[in-house]
Design a protein around this ligand. Structure first.
Ligand SMILES: Cc1cc2nc3c(=O)[nH]c(=O)nc-3n(C[C@H](O)[C@H](O)[C@H](O)COP(=O)(O)O)c2cc1C
Length: 154
């Protein structure tokens, strides 16, 4: 075993394969989205999930102030969407967002979508953990997931 530093921390954690989500909020008719793979399920009853965002992120205030948000789990065909929402200023023009029931915007053609209410934020280290209650959800059995492993998409 080695002592931890930023490089070996990042490299070691990259060996944990994840799906990819884009978390979206709508604020005063503007849409903000961020590519996030720190997503996980938290609780069955009530149904809750969590993810974390760096507190240094350009849109952290938009996410922190929102009451509702969507979590869009990407399919294997949506690598470009993941790359787009990892940019500070993603291109929103090519995405035909669907209006959700709870003042959310949904990305179409995902393997799954969740509409959530933001319940709690917990600051730990350089990230903020967002704890969300699921209000509505849908999934598609025919699509395959976009997978991230070793800093590459599969
Ligand atoms: C595959 C992938 C997963 C990511 N997951 C997270 C995450 O869970 N939390 C986070 O804060 N940023 C994550 N990021 C980084 C953000 O998407 C984004 O690139 C970063 O916050 C810089 O954007 P900003 O300048 O708008 O802050 C991820 C990026 C990629 C490519």
């Amino acid at each position: 075993m080695k002592k931890v530093n930023t490089n070996n921390f990042k490299k070691t954690l990259s060996k944990f394969s994840t799906g990819i989500t884009v978390v979206c909020v709508k604020n005063n008719n503007s849409i903000y989205g961020k590519t996030v793979n720190s997503f996980n399920s938290l609780s069955l009853s009530p149904p809750m999930v969590l993810f974390s965002l760096g507190h240094y992120s350009s849109s952290i205030k938009k996410f922190s102030k929102t009451k509702f948000l969507s979590i869009n789990i990407l399919s294997s065909k949506q690598k470009k969407i993941s790359e787009n929402f990892a940019l500070t200023d993603p291109n929103l023009e090519d995405i035909k967002f669907i209006e959700g029931k709870n003042k959310t915007v949904i990305i179409p053609n995902c393997i799954a979508n969740l509409e959530c209410e933001l319940i709690e934020k917990i600051k730990r280290g350089d990230h903020i953990i967002f704890i969300c209650k699921i209000l509505e959800l849908q999934s598609n059995d025919k699509l395959k997931p976009l997978v991230y492993f070793n800093s590459k998409y599969f």
